[in-house]
Design a protein around this ligand. Sequence first.
Ligand SMILES: Cc1cc2nc3c(=O)[nH]c(=O)nc-3n(C[C@H](O)[C@H](O)[C@H](O)COP(=O)(O)OP(=O)(O)OC[C@H]3O[C@@H](n4cnc5c(N)ncnc54)[C@H](O)[C@@H]3O)c2cc1C
Length: 295
Amino acid sequence: MKPPPFAYHDPTSIEEVVDLLQRYGNEAKVLAGGQSLMPLLNFRLSYPSALIDINRVADLSYIQQEDGQVRIGALTRQRAIEFSQLVRSQLPLLHEATTLVGHLPIRTRGTIGGSLAHADPAAEYPTVTMALDAELVIQGPSGQRVVSAEEFFVSYLTTALSPNEVITEVRFSSSLPTSGWAFEEFARRHGDFAVVGVAAVIDTDGVQCRTARLAAAGVGPTPIRLRAAEYILEQEGITDQDIQNTADKAAELVQPDSDIHASADFRRHLTQVLTRRAIERAIERDRKRKRHERA
Ligand SMILES: Cc1cc2nc3c(=O)[nH]c(=O)nc-3n(C[C@H](O)[C@H](O)[C@H](O)COP(=O)(O)OP(=O)(O)OC[C@H]3O[C@@H](n4cnc5c(N)ncnc54)[C@H](O)[C@@H]3O)c2cc1C
């Protein structure tokens, strides 16, 4: 299993990366952690004539707080995100989701930008960016643009990136509730891609839900935000029945396909079960945090 031949470039600035992408057009691929791209090349599922390795580009790997946002450089390794105190305190959902990405060696090389650009609908990071309304900063020949996660994911392994563009940063709002969160997923084996995953962020006043964010992975061509289900929690409440109604609505909202891993019906069933579990665990954490703050 060897990759097809390719030209190799290792530029040191983002401008050089964009120039090279421009020069090769559709024929080049950016190489970040290589954890998705290299298997595609080795299985001969992708034949780029050039790889543009961004690992020597300075200033693409960082996690910092700025202008009310947590900003993460595209080349930041998943392992760095897993161990970041800033991520743990400001984006606990992202922290929990990171622990579910593959195995340690994969997280040691894999990057947040690579995971988002690869756009596997079953992956954790795309789902977290949908749940948290993240923004992606994209650099191309005519400068920088910022797109929402919702606009970014277009279809299976397909994004709003043009062939001559590169992701440079991912931005999350710092004002998101941090008290109640959970990422629940069902995978065949530890470290496998999820068959279905559900991300939840919940903020309550103890009785009513002030904010609910729900998104699902593995249930269609892109991760999906479950807005009509969020609405039930925010409008009705957080009783057992409300949570069940929300989980039922989530299952109605998804349109999964059947594939070798699971039937569409099973994925819909998993969406219902995992939504319920994610909400319950998020509410439990929210209550615990608030009890702790009051004590
Ligand atoms: C055994 C195994 C198990 C895995 N399990 C999981 C899992 O459970 N959950 C999960 O989410 N992922 C999983 N992964 C994938 C892993 O998270 C990858 O690291 C990730 O999908 C790609 O990140 P990367 O940095 O390795 O990107 P690469 O493989 O280098 O690139 C992936 C794609 O993104 C493009 N790209 C990379 N960076 C940029 C950028 N900055 N701008 C524009 N385009 C870019 C590349 O051109 C390529 O098309 C698994 C991988 C393996 C091998």
